[in-house]
Design a binder for this molecule. Structure first.
Ligand code: F6R
Length: 607
């Protein structure tokens, strides 16, 4: 989604704004822009369609000499991704950037047009600038005019605003989209997340829903939605610059695939007691008393939830429903207070997941979130936070967050099984030891990279790719297909292998690679039969199995990828690396923009 930075500083601001926007590139964007107060309170803008490099070129040609300014990377919602719709937007004395969607913009625009105002863009954002300017024109002070405008907006926003005539001022506000204040030495910052202000300070304040703020060199003045002046806690964020570097890797995605043994290790350590080999899930959830679990999530996080369903139901005999949040939030699902809702979200800000979570809470359900961004909106609204500890994920395609989420699901399944009396002490200890071994096996699976690179050149020529699996591998089939299509733009479908005969088998021909995910588990024989059915129809099978499965696999696969053998408890963790690496190397062969695939945003804060 859109990225925001604001600086009330003492040093030249243009380069600093651009440096911050580069950190926000991972969110996905189609245009970028900056604005600064250039003297005598005058504000100027520089904008460009496309990459930050294009904006840098514009600024090199027409330098922006200012010490206070705002910047934005845009992910289009209203209005095409072109120059005239790029932020910042200006109306009269007001220049601003916005993340979110103003739902009542059409009605506000009609009113402003009727009052004789003219618009230069097709965005909903410009309406906000026009409204503030209209309020200023009535003689209101900037902060009062800003608040009067906020009160008229329906929808979601994070805003950073410059007012002509006020060199030492940035206004900010959040509702539905996150915004942080960064405290520097004699300068202040505003950012859409802590990474945005990371190059300048690690002291941040996470604004609450409805907060608005005035920043000057001297400090900040925060008000809550009612207008009351409030203090918010300052947190020191370990925004380790090192974690945001690619190191020797070509792409963040590649680095993050390789980060997984560490990320899972750190996550697992937080959910088990390694000394006693017992599950030690933080928070006061009584799994024995729970009637069911409702998981809500989107995209890859949804798929991690599906893996969780398989494991929790099988081990703990506890019913789990998993649903795509965008469907769940609007279909009035039948919910009961005795259930626990678990939101799964890397960012903790995904609009649909947040809305689904709030819906469950409104029905009296206890709530938890499995989340990477521990200061996110979801983390602040739930009863129990179950963090993943894989570090910031920058690549748009989720990899290390997925395996860390699955690690948490495994620990929950073991804890729930023990509390519900479905496993004894010895079995709990065995399972925890299996889980603790998983990072080593993930590292071994990553070692298959060279073999997978060889397959990638062929897969890159395909028009369609089919992924099949049974049990938890059916979820991984969905994940494999999602990874491939989002970064290589090859059409891919993931199916439960048993569904093959009910439709997808019609797609099988000698040009369609078919990735079958089949570790040697209780589903193996069935998956092997599916492999034979596919091969009998000329299908080109890439058989991803393990060292046990390879001994029992039918002959004839075009390629066999042999991952290390693992207990079914952790096989989704081990088998993730090969499918992530396949998608990654196919995208590299195709020359695709791996870390910022077209049209995608890292954190989807609009519905
Ligand atoms: C796919 C991917 C997305 C996200 C989805 C949910 O690689 O990254 O499908 O999983 O947008 O995002 P979070 O987990 O932040 O709620």
């Amino acid at each position: 989604m859109c990225g925001i930075i604001g600086i009330v500083g003492k040093q030249p601001v243009a380069e600093r704004l651009i440096e911050s926007l580069k950190r926000l590139e991972y969110r996905g964007y189609d245009s970028a822009g900056i604005a600064g107060v250039v003297g005598q309170g005058r504000v100027e803008r520089r904008r460009a369609q496309g990459k930050i490099k294009a904006l840098e070129a514009v600024v090199a040609e027409q330098p922006l000499v200012a010490t206070t300014g705002i910047g934005h990377t845009r992910w289009a919602t209203h209005g095409a991704p072109n120059l005239k719709n790029a932020h910042p937007h200006t109306a009269g004395r007001v220049t601003l950037v916005h993340n979110g969607i103003i739902e009542n913009f059409a009605e506000l625009k009609a009113e402003l047009l009727a009052a004789g105002r003219t618009f230069e863009s097709d965005t909903d954002t410009e309406v906000i600038a026009q409204l503030i300017d209209a309020e200023l024109a009535t003689g209101l002070a900037p902060l009062t005019a800003f608040k009067a405008t906020l009160d008229r907006l329906t929808g979601a926003y994070a805003l950073a605003v410059l007012i002509e005539g006020d060199d030492n001022l940035i206004l900010g506000a959040r509702r539905g989209s996150p915004l942080v204040v960064g405290e520097g030495e004699g300068e202040m910052f505003l950012g859409s997340d802590a990474l945005a202000v990371g190059p300048f300070t690690n002291r941040v304040i996470y604004l609450e829903e409805g907060d608005y703020v005035a920043l000057t060199h001297q400090g900040h003045e925060i008000h809550d939605a009612s207008g009351a002046r409030v203090q918010r806690a300052v947190r020191v964020v370990p925004a380790s610059a090192v974690m945001l570097e690619k190191g020797n890797y070509r792409h963040f995605m590649e680095k993050e695939i390789h980060d997984q043994p560490d990320g899972c290790q750190r996550t697992i350590s937080a959910y088990v007691d390694a000394l006693s080999s017992t599950a030690a899930v933080p928070g006061d959830i009584d799994f024995a008393a729970l009637e069911r679990i409702q998981i809500v999530a989107c995209g890859t996080s949804f798929i991690a939830g599906v893996v969780g369903k398989y494991l929790i139901e099988q081990l703990a005999d506890l019913p789990v429903d998993v649903e795509i949040a965008s469907e769940f939030r609007y279909r009035q699902p039948a919910l009961r207070p005795g259930a626990l809702v678990i939101a799964m979200s890397q960012s903790g800000e995904t609009a649909d997941t947040l809305a689904a979570l709030r819906y469950c809470k409104s029905k009296g359900m206890k709530s938890a979130v499995v989340v990477n961004a521990q200061e996110s909106t979801m983390a602040r609204e739930v009863d129990v936070v179950w963090p993943i500890h894989c570090g910031p994920e920058i690549g748009v395609a989720s990899t290390k967050a997925f395996t860390a989420q699955v690690s948490v699901m495994i620990a929950l399944a073991v804890a729930a099984a023990k509390q519900r009396g479905k496993i004894d002490d010895a079995e709990e200890q065995r399972l925890v030891k299996v889980l603790l071994e998983a990072p080593r096996l993930i590292a071994e699976a990553i070692g298959l990279e060279d073999a997978i690179k060889d397959i990638a050149a062929d897969v890159a020529k395909a028009r369609d790719v089919l992924y099949l699996g049974r049990g938890p591998m059916s979820a991984l089939a969905l994940e494999g297909a999602l990874k491939l299509k989002e970064i290589s733009y090859i059409h891919a479908e993931g199916y439960a292998a048993g569904e093959l005969k009910h439709g997808p088998i019609a797609l099988v021909d000698d040009k369609t690679p078919i990735v079958i995910l089949a570790p040697y588990d209780s589903w193996f024989e069935k998956s092997a039969s599916n492999m034979s059915e596919v091969m009998a129809r000329g299908g080109q099978v890439i058989f991803v199995t393990d060292t046990e499965g390879v001994k029992h696999a039918p002959a004839g696969a075009k390629v066999v990828v042999t991952a290390p053998a693992s207990d079914p408890l952790v096989s989704t963790l081990v088998m993730s690396a090969p499918i992530q690496l396949l998608a990654y190397h196919v995208a590299v062969v195709k020359g695709a923009d791996v870390d910022q695939p077209r049209n995608l945003a890292k954190s989807v804060t609009v519905e």
